[in-house]
Each structure stands twice: as C-alpha cells, then as structure tokens.
Design a protein around this ligand. Structure first.
Ligand code: BGC
Length: 487
C-alpha cells in the first residue's frame, strides 16, 4: 500500500496543453521562440506550433473528469501561464525592493495597493478561466498542484530573439536580469491573492536546470534564448533559485485561505533529478565528469534554495563570498521530476568543465527520445533528496516518450515499485506521484513528434483515446497499491 492520503495524478503545463482551441497565448518568449523562422531553419525548434495543441483551455472539464473517472486520480498537476495573466507589463507597479551588499534582490515588499494595481493590469478573463479550471478540478475531487513558472515568460520581460542576436548585455533580459525576479514576485502574490482560495499546493519554479541548460549551455540552443555560455547558465540558475524564494515568500503572505488539509499554502520547488553514471567507470576522466555533472545538475539548485550556497565559479567549493543565507526563504517540499539515467563521458578537452562533457547513448530499453528506462534511479534520487534536505517529496513528473505504447505500462509499474521501496524500506516521506503527461501535447522544441501522453489526441477533432496504461494507472491509483505480482 502507498501511504494514506497519497496523491495520484497526471501532470500537464499550460503552454504545452492549453492551446489548440479557444484563445491562444501569444505574448510569451516561448511563443516568439517557436515561431521564429531562423530557429526553425537552424533546427533549434521543430516548426510545429502550440496552436495545434490538445485544447485544454476549452476541454478542461472533460479532461479533468477523465482524470478522475478513468485514471482514478485524486489530484492533478497543472500550471498557470504568466503571459496570459499579465499580457501587459507590471514593471510600472511600484514595489519596495531591498538588495543585499552584493546587489542581489533580497526582499520584495508588496502591499494591498500593489495587488489592486496589478488587478487593473491583469487579464481578468484569463484569471476567471483559471478559476473555472481549478473549480472544475475541485468538483471532480482532484486536489490541484499549481506550478507558477513552467517556462514561458511574458514577452515584455524577455524578447528571446533580441536576446539571442544582440551583443549588447543590456538587452539580455529574462532570467539574466534580476528585474524578472521582482516581476515574478508580483505575479506570485497576485495568483495567491486571486486564486488562493482554490489552491493549497504550489510549485514555484519547474526545473531550473533544464531552463538554464537548454537556454544557455547546449550547442543546439533549443530553448529561448539559445545562448551557449557557462557563465550565463550559472547566472540563470542563480536567478531562478532566488525567484523560488521570492515566490515562496509572497505565496505565504497572500494565500490565507484553506482549500484542503494541505492549506492554506504548501509551497515547494520542482527539480529534475536524474541518475548519472560514468560512461566508462574505469576511465577516471569519466568518473570525474559524472560527479561534476551530478553536482551541477542535481545539487547546485537545491543547495541554493536550502542553504543559500551559490557556487558561482562551479568549483564545487562554497567560498564565504558565495554564501547568502539571507536569500533562503523556505521550501516545504521537493518536487522531483525523474525520467532516466545519463552516461557521462568526458570530452577530454580541458577548459571549462561545463563544456567538457557529453552524454553517451543509453543502453538497454530506450524510449523514443533515446532515454534509458532505469527505475532504480527513482529510488536513488528520492532517497538522496530526502536524506540531504529533509523535506517531504512529491514525484512531480515521471513518464516515457513512447508513440507505440509498447513500454509505458511497464515503465509506470517498474518505477512505482522502486518508489514504494523508497517509502517502505528507506522511510522517505513521499506524498504523491504525477505521471507525465495526461494527454499528448506540445513537447517544446520537438513539437508533436514526441508522445508522452496517457491519452493520444486526434489533431483534427481533439478526440482523446486512452493508451493501455490508463487502465494500469487506474487500478493502482484507485486501490492505492500496486498489483500483487508487482510487489
Ligand atoms: C518538463 C516537461 C516536458 C517533459 C518531457 C520535463 O522536463 O517539465 O514540460 O514535457 O520533461 O520532456
């Protein structure tokens, strides 16, 4: 058995799932990014548009009903699109920002007048629709986990094309600019004030490392703004870690209403933790590279959130000047996204270690993405995160790209077997599991080629059809246990 009150559900995000029917959200950096012809030409993005998405913005009620009736869920993870809520700039709304002696945004103070001004700027129709979605979840018996930042930023804060092409540092905005943290604090306060009566479980930031890596480090440059510079990667990680703290503080201040036993506000951060192994364990360079990647990708962000340790030169040592404990604002749980194991190979070129490694192809059973199924890694990362940071864990994403639906059901049960061992044998307080994803949707720079959904979606009429895993998920979620042969 899983623990009493365990939350079961599927996860989606706004940009990936909402569009396809109804009003598009076309005022974000991601919208500009995937529609940019230069990016399509350079194959940074697929050329697909979120306009052909599954249309959750209109079909939310039947999707949520399905999540309850057909999947047996008691929860759902979804996100709010910042650019829908604030299509126009909030920068003109005054707030009191205090910086520390390093120039870091340390406190953002917002009062009731600020919230009223934000209300004047917000798209209240969009807010109304989000309230309907959250009420529908509640009506179907689903506790919503709401992510505030699942990647798109309003275009007025980040023009990714200018940022990509300009050599002028002042035009490098978005998460390279601390002003974005202040605006994120305002947006978080506003959501907590306007929707807090319907939300008790918040995720501030989704996957700091992925945003930083794919936007600022990889050669393909597939996420906005497609830069390739280790210093910018670290800067983005730093500012996103601070953004978590700023949002945490605002949500705690502005959400005073309880919607469930988790209320009024349980607030955590979502990190992607993967298993890393040296490609060749007998090659010391690979062993060293693997340890380094594990530190930078799994640990760096959590050390910042929990200890205020910002290892800016990535030397794996925290110098006194890198310790900013006053930036620690709190984190009630750790959301763990787990997908796979990576084999790390040193490129042996010397120079910046952030550019000195690559991932070797996986072995064994591979998904359509080439990701190896490695269930034991889930137990490993969950154990690690709890033993180190001592917070309850939610598995906020876990799933497989599997267009033919050959591997998904086994992927699900094998990962849950390991999760159960973490709970029962290792005594980790895991509170919930969300499968990625409810229905096939817009897989970022790879568009619709990749199928993670528990439901397939007909691109023309948006009809959903279940994969074989729907039944398997239901029997687990509705009995709160794995079938006996899996135990
Ligand atoms: C993200 C999702 C994405 C999934 C599969 C995670 O990194 O949070 O938005 O679709 O992985 O790639």
């Amino acid at each position: 058995m899983f623990p009493e009150g365990f939350l079961w559900g599927a996860a989606i995000s706004s940009f990936q799932a909402e569009m396809g029917l109804g009003r598009p959200s076309d005022r974000t950096d991601w919208w500009a990014w995937v529609h940019d012809p230069v990016n399509v030409e350079a194959k940074r993005v697929s050329g697909d548009t979120p306009l052909n998405g599954p249309g959750f913005w209109e079909l939310y009620d039947e999707d949520l009903r399905r999540a309850r009736d057909e999947l047996g869920s008691n929860s759902v993870r979804l996100s709010i699109d910042w650019g829908r809520v604030f299509p126009e700039p909030t920068t003109g709304v005054e707030s009191k920002v205090k910086c520390d002696h390093h120039g870091n945004v340390a406190e953002v103070e917002l009062d009731r007048r600020v919230i009223s001004k934000l209300k004047g700027l917000a798209d209240m129709d969009a807010v109304g629709r989000y309230r309907e979605i959250l009420s529908s979840a509640k009506g179907h018996g689903l506790t919503p986990m709401v992510t505030l930042y699942h990647w798109p930023i309003p275009l007025w804060l980040h023009d990714p094309i200018t940022c990509r092409d300009s050599l002028d540092e002042s035009e490098r905005t978005g998460w390279l600019d601390q002003g974005t943290i202040t605006e994120f604090a305002k947006y978080s306060a506003f959501v907590a004030d306007q929707m807090g009566d319907l939300i008790d479980l918040y995720a501030t930031v989704n996957e700091t490392r992925i945003v930083a890596e794919h936007g600022y480090l990889t050669e393909r440059g597939e996420f906005p703004p497609g830069l390739n510079d280790p210093a910018l990667f670290i800067k983005c990680m730093k500012h996103l870690s601070m953004a978590h703290g700023a949002a945490y503080q605002q949500i705690k201040r502005w959400d005073k209403e309880k919607a469930s036993p988790l209320g009024p506000a349980t607030v955590g951060v979502v990190v992607v933790l993967q298993a890393f192994k040296p490609d060749n364990p007998n090659r010391p360079e690979d062993v060293e590279a693997s340890r380094f990647v594990e530190y930078m990708f799994n640990e760096w962000n959590l050390n910042a959130v929990f200890h205020g340790d910002y290892d800016m030169n990535a030397d794996m040592v925290i110098q006194p000047g890198e310790q900013h404990p006053w930036l620690v604002k709190g984190c009630d749980y750790i959301g763990v996204n787990y997908y796979t194991k990576w084999r790390v190979r040193s490129r042996g070129v010397g120079g910046d270690p952030l550019l000195g490694f690559e991932f070797a192809p996986g072995k064994g059973q591979l998904s359509d993405y080439g990701w190896e199924s490695y269930p034991w890694g889930l137990r490993k990362v969950v154990d690690w995160a709890y033993s180190r940071y001592r917070r309850p864990i939610y598995v906020t994403e876990n799933g497989i790209a599997d267009a033919d639906d050959r591997l998904r059901a086994r992927y699900l049960t094998s990962h849950l077997e390991e999760l159960q061992k973490a709970i029962e044998l290792d005594r980790v307080p895991v509170k919930g599991y969300y499968h990625w994803t409810l229905m096939d949707n817009f897989e970022w720079s790879d568009g619709y080629r990749i199928h993670f959904g528990l439901y397939r979606v007909d691109p023309e009429n948006k009809a959903r059809s279940p994969t074989k895993t729907v039944q398997a998920f239901k029997s687990i979620a509705s009995t709160n246990s794995l079938p006996s042969k899996n135990r």
